[in-house]
Design a protein. Structure first.
Length: 320
């Protein structure tokens, strides 16, 4: 919350600062609001003073919803009172923008039904389950429908702040903000940051979970769906249907995603040549590997290693 608030203000003032007029030439009059106008306490250490209560917000052009607490359900319960206000301000003509899991409140207000939206990739499935009318697209860093904007997770609030400056005050001011605040304004996707990890194993279908373990254990092998189905005692059609129901994707799509995810970890943490990694995760054809990798990660394998690879000394524990 405070980071988003601070960056929007600093990004806006950067334009004047580059011209020797710090604190002037600003576009935004940024205010913090709480539901009741009282300070907001977060955890045991942080108390945030606000400028006004929700019922004092009038004639507003832009409402920005910050991300919620990591413990999502209790945080939603504490903040559900914002949904009617967001709907009211939107009806009055305000643009509503959200950062990270703030998209849940925008969805609660009914502003995302029938629309695409993004949030932190970790919360994508939860948002889709809670609001099935929303087309959740977590590979997108930012989605602007004109009157409603959603953005991705964690530090993408920096991208949102920069985008808001560009949209409401022009590219020249946004470029000034990027220079002053050292923000990489070229990011367009969350894909390089997404890790499947154990997320796709969080379901109750034991047969599908066994198939997933078989896949994860032998990514470099000949993973045919019919063989997997026989191994878990199902027909190929039944396995495919239950995979989609439990995991949200077909077995073939899961295999490809896990192969790419494993390749990414190897590119990040080892000096193993790309071709060796390709073969290790089950791709005989280099072109097919590059195509699949770019589809899932948003970068080529070489570019991904260049951007996210760890120095070999850090991986092995050797001195630099």
């Amino acid at each position: 919350m405070t980071g988003l608030f601070d960056v929007i203000g600093k990004a806006d003032r950067a334009y004047g600062a580059l011209r020797g007029r710090p604190g002037r030439d600003t576009t935004f009059d940024v205010r913090l609001a709480s539901l009741d106008g009282q300070p907001v306490r977060h955890g045991e250490r942080v108390t945030v003073n606000v400028d006004l209560a929700a019922d004092e917000v009038h004639d507003v052009d832009l409402v920005v919803v910050p991300g919620l607490d990591d413990d999502l359900e209790p945080s939603l319960a504490l903040n559900e009172g914002w949904a009617p206000w967001l709907a009211r301000w939107h009806r009055a003509g305000a643009v509503v923008a959200s950062s990270c899991s703030g998209a849940f409140l925008v969805a609660e207000a009914g502003l995302l039904d029938g629309r695409s939206a993004t949030t932190h990739w970790l919360y994508g499935e939860a948002l889709q389950r809670r609001h099935p009318a929303v087309r959740v697209t977590t590979e997108r860093l930012l989605i602007d429908h004109g009157d409603v904007i959603t953005s991705g997770g964690a530090t993408t609030f920096l991208d949102l702040a920069l985008y808001l400056v560009e949209r409401f005050a022009g590219r020249e001011r946004a470029n000034a903000a990027a220079r002053i605040l050292l923000i990489d304004g070229a990011r367009t996707s969350q894909l390089p940051y997404v890790s499947l990890g154990g997320v796709l194993h969080e379901h109750d279908d034991e047969a599908v979970r066994r198939a997933q373990h078989l896949i994860d254990r032998d990514l470099g092998g000949d993973l045919r769906v019919d063989a997997l189905a026989r191994a878990v005692g199902l027909s190929s059609r039944t396995l495919a249907r239950r995979f989609v129901d439990s995991v949200g994707q077909t077995p073939q799509a899961y295999i490809q995603a896990r192969r790419v995810d494993t390749a990414r970890r190897l590119l990040e943490t080892s000096d193993t040549p790309v071709d060796n990694i390709r073969r290790r995760v089950g791709y005989a054809d280099a072109t097919a590997f590059r195509r699949a990798f770019r589809h899932h990660a948003g970068l080529s394998p070489t570019d991904y290693r260049r951007r996210f690879g760890w120095p070999s000394g850090a991986v092995t524990g050797q001195n630099a």
